[in-house]
Every structure is written in structure tokens, then in C-alpha cells.
Ligand binder design. Structure first.
Ligand SMILES: O=C(O)CCC(=O)C(=O)O
Length: 362
């Protein structure tokens, strides 16, 4: 398998490169040094006592591995409070006692057999675009990148797009691609991680048609007969560095040193169309609307009859209602960048909906 090193650049170099080539995050992964040292979270969130005081009360899950992406893999998990998880991070040798009676999937014995540390990758700290926590991770993107997340309706309620990830050496996030066509960043506040990535055009070699992913730690696997044709991008993310993962790039991450990272998914001008086309948010939105049809009736009376509603699948329902929400946003928005983002989003949603053959009331 051909191997390539992920380029590591200073913020200054990145700014020059990204100004010349706005699509660079989709062409290969990048590690950008330095700019997150300006975050107040950079000092505060690497300190377990401060993390405990601020976020200790939050409910979370810890899993070994972080999740699974192959039908033959095994996973164990516990439901935990974040402070309890930090007890585990500080004293992994007390796992049996700390997580007595907490196993949701598997058991302590299975966890021991798996030999992987529990990974807390699901802590939900942010629910809205104007959450004050964003001030602690400012600037979340290096110049000249600009996130459009805050303009996209329901972005932070449809999926969790901001995580604090805490893990012990050996913790594993297996190979996967992110939902929603987003670009991801993994910002290393403490410790070190090793990343392996494959481009969207190499997915045919590292993902089966049923959706199982290759394990890059294996030299060969008969289930992935063409894996050797793929190019493996690899690099270590050190403290103060940020890995950028473009839309639909598969990534596999191993923790090398006790680690605190922030992971953030974003949409900008380069992936708005991929976001609009993605089924994941549309399906979640459609399912939510179906559970609460009064939301549609209240916000957009006359859009659907009960019959047309029941004939739509969740994805189409989610997209149609989102298009209407965006149109209402446009009607309220006098001008400026937000308006032009909404206009582009509206036209991408319209394009995606073109093949939907259905009659809606005018
Ligand atoms: O840091 C990790 O372990 C993986 C994070 C990740 O895969 C993501 O944020 O998409």
C-alpha cells in the first residue's frame, strides 16, 4: 500500500495555501500548527480538575472502541457521568470498581478481553450556534476558513457537531467517514494521536458494499482484496495541532498519549452542496417532524395534507420542510453574508429535491 505523510504547516503557511486554493481541505488531509494555542480552552480543558469542575455533571457514554464499523467487531460500553469517566482516566486500574453495574453493552470481563480503553467520545456540550462555549475555542477555524454552521437552521440540534474527546493510550476510533458531508477538525489540546486516512476515491478499496470498513492495522484482509491499491495518508497530531479531514475522507485514529481533543464538524462554501445532499440530517429532521406533526402545521400551514405527509419518506419530508424554513429565513433576512449562504443552501436543497415526483399544494 502506498503511504503518504499528512503535510504539517504553520498557520501562516496554511493561510497562504488556502487563499490560493479554497478546496485544499478536500484534496488531502492537513495538520495545522499553533492557532489553537490562542483558545482559552487550550489551557483550561487539558486540566482534568478544571474539566471535572465545569463538565463533570454531564451524562455521557464511554465505549471500547469509540464505535464499530465492521459487522464482526465487538464493542462494550458504559453509561457514565463525565466526572466518573475522569476517575477512570486517572485510575484505569480501578475500572471494575468505577463501572460496577454500569455496563450497557458487554461486561467488565469482555472489556478486559478486548484490551482497549474506554473512550468517551459522546459528551454533548453544545446545543446551539450561539453557545457561550464557542468563545473558549475562538477562532475555531484558522484564517481564511469560515464556517457557515451558524446560518444553517437546526445545525446543532440535528446532530452533535462539537465534541470533547478524552482518551487513554490505545483508545481507538476505527476507520469511518463522517455523516452529513461535513469537514471535520480534530484539535489536540493534550497528548498525541495517530491518524490514518483514505481519500473518497479510495473508499472502494477500504469499504465493502455493505458498509464494513478495513482495519488499517492489518497488512491484508481477504475481505478487502484491493486494499493495497489505496493510498494511506498518515500523521501524528501533537499538542497544539489540528488535523483537518475533508468531506467523505475515511479516518482511523489511535490515541498514543492520554489525550484531550476537540472535534468539530463544519460546513463552508466548499461542502454546502454535500451537506444539502446528505441523507443523515434530513432523515433525522424528517423523523422528528413526523413525531411532532403539529410543528409543521404551526410553522407552515397548508404545506402538506395528512395524506401527502404519510406518503413521504423521512429524508424527503426533512428536506422539503428545511427548504421552507430556509425560505422563511430568507424572507426575514435583509442582506449580508447570512442571506447569501441561505440563498445558496436553498438552491442546493431545490436541486436535491428536483427528482421528487410529487404534487404539493402551491
Ligand atoms: O479523535 C478521534 O479519536 C476520532 C475523532 C473523529 O473521528 C471525528 O471527529 O470524526
Amino acid at each position: 500500500m502506498r503511504t503518504r505523510e499528512i503535510p504539517k504547516v504553520s498557520h501562516k503557511e496554511f493561510k497562504e495555501l488556502a487563499s490560493e486554493n479554497p478546496s485544499l481541505l478536500h484534496e488531502n488531509p492537513w495538520i495545522v500548527e499553533g492557532y489553537i494555542r490562542e483558545w482559552s480552552a487550550f489551557e483550561e480543558w487539558r486540566d482534568f480538575d478544571k474539566l471535572r469542575a465545569t463538565f463533570g455533571h454531564l451524562e455521557a457514554f464511554a465505549k471500547a472502541p469509540n464505535f464499530i464499523t465492521h459487522r464482526k467487531s465487538s464493542l462494550v460500553s458504559v453509561k457514565t457521568r463525565f466526572d466518573q469517566y475522569l476517575d477512570y482516566i486517572e485510575h484505569p486500574e480501578h475500572a471494575e470498581h468505577i463501572y460496577e453495574d454500569c455496563w450497557l453493552e458487554g461486561s467488565f470481563e469482555e472489556f478486559t478481553r478486548l484490551g482497549l480503553p474506554l473512550y468517551c467520545g459522546t459528551l454533548r456540550m453544545i446545543h446551539t450556534a450561539d453557545d457561550p462555549l464557542f468563545r473558549q475555542v475562538d477562532p475555531i477555524l484558522p484564517e481564511p476558513l469560515k464556517s457557515w454552521n451558524h446560518v444553517l437552521p437546526y445545525y446543532y440540534t440535528l446532530f452533535n457537531h462539537f465534541w470533547l474527546l478524552v482518551s487513554l493510550p490505545g483508545a481507538l476510533t476505527p476507520l469511518h467517514t463522517d455523516n452529513n458531508g461535513t469537514i471535520a477538525l480534530i484539535a489536540q489540546l493534550r497528548g498525541r494521536k495517530r491518524a490514518t486516512l483514505f481519500s473518497p476515491s479510495d473508499l472502494q478499496h477500504v469499504r465493502t458494499t455493505r458498509g464494513d470498513f478495513f482495519d488499517p492495522n492489518l497488512t491484508e484482509d481477504p475481505e478487502f482484496p484491493t486494499a493495497s491499491l489505496a493510498t494511506r495518508w498518515h500523521g501524528d497530531i501533537d499538542e497544539g495541532e489540528v488535523l483537518f479531514v475533508g468531506t467523505n475522507w475515511a479516518h482511523h485514529v489511535e490515541t498514543l498519549e492520554t489525550s484531550v481533543s476537540v472535534s468539530f464538524d463544519f460546513v463552508d462554501k466548499t461542502n454546502l452542496a454535500a451537506y444539502a445532499r446528505s441523507n443523515a440530517w434530513a432523515s433525522a429532521f424528517g423523523a422528528r417532524l413526523r413525531r411532532k406533526p403539529e410543528l409543521i402545521k404551526e410553522k407552515m400551514p397548508g404545506l402538506f395534507t395528512d395524506r401527502s405527509l404519510s406518503e413521504l419518506d423521512d429524508v424527503t419530508l426533512g428536506r422539503l420542510v428545511m427548504k421552507e424554513v430556509v425560505q422563511q429565513g430568507l424572507d426575514r433576512q435583509p442582506g449580508g453574508e447570512a442571506r447569501s449562504v441561505l440563498r445558496s443552501y436553498h438552491s442546493e436543497l431545490s436541486r436535491t429535491l428536483e427528482p421528487v415526483a410529487m404534487a404539493l399544494p402551491a
